[in-house]
Design a protein around this ligand. Sequence first.
Ligand SMILES: [Zn+2]
Length: 327
Amino acid sequence: MSTGRKFAESGFGGWPRRRTIIAAMVALVLLPIEVSDAGRLSDVSSKQDRSPKRVASPKPATLAKPSASPKSRTAKRAVPKPVALKRFASKPVAVVCDPAKFRIVLDVGHTAKSEGAISARNVAEFVFNLRLTQQIEEKLKAEGFAATKLLLTEGRGRSSLFRRVAAVNNLPAHLLLSIHHDSVPKSFLEEWEFEGKKSHFSDRFSGYSVFVSRNNPDFKTSLSFAELLGKEMKAQGLQYAQQYSQAIMGRYQRPLLNKETGVYSYDELVVLRKTKMPAVLLEAGSIINRDEELKMDSPERRDIISSGVTAAVKEFCDPRWGILGPL
Ligand SMILES: [Zn+2]
């Protein structure tokens, strides 16, 4: 994603001032409801954290609220109650699942008609997103996540965005991962000629980044997966894009939630805040950076990223995997 199209799709950067003000007013009106709802869900999820024994959920449909299982309640009584804030900040959400039944939806960012950013060599972001998402899907299925679903959306602009969210919400998905490739705001673009055509690039920034929305109804679980994803991307030898935390990005600056893993909050992103399940957006790398574009175009880099995503999903599903390493 990125530049004009990215931010228009986000329902943030591309808006005229008046609409932003209206949106802010709406957000203020909705705030108490969202806060109380998020708090309730956090409480529900945190009960699972206290369980000393991790048990596969008998009902995949209830994975988002694992404390509903009777075993969790038994476990809750058996251990002392830890302090809520510490629990929230430091412990990953324990979501234990059967990989064969775990429904992760891989959302291909943008559409064939609204292609997102344009690379330094004039290839649409959508092309990169589709190829990478297909490879991630393949890898996850090969590793036993048979219910993995790739989501392709049609149409243009904001209407396609809401169509995308509606499609995801109609699925009984446990987790959404939206795949994008990054660019830069227009003011950073420089000109060059590629294959005889005037083209644009910026070699200034590179790297992946992971975004979550604090307005997602299950922000805590979203953040937990985001941190695993950032950690595994880093473990693959990749570096996250640091520019979003810098003032130079102006209105595109984002709060950096974890400086180790490169997790940012991007609260307004529709695909993250309007989805009912935990949701994370991965900017896999920059395609406006000429060197990184070539890497992102290679099967090797796609394989590295697919491995990182798969490792994160495995660990999300079974925290023991993160301790024992590849089995
Ligand atoms: Zn994008």
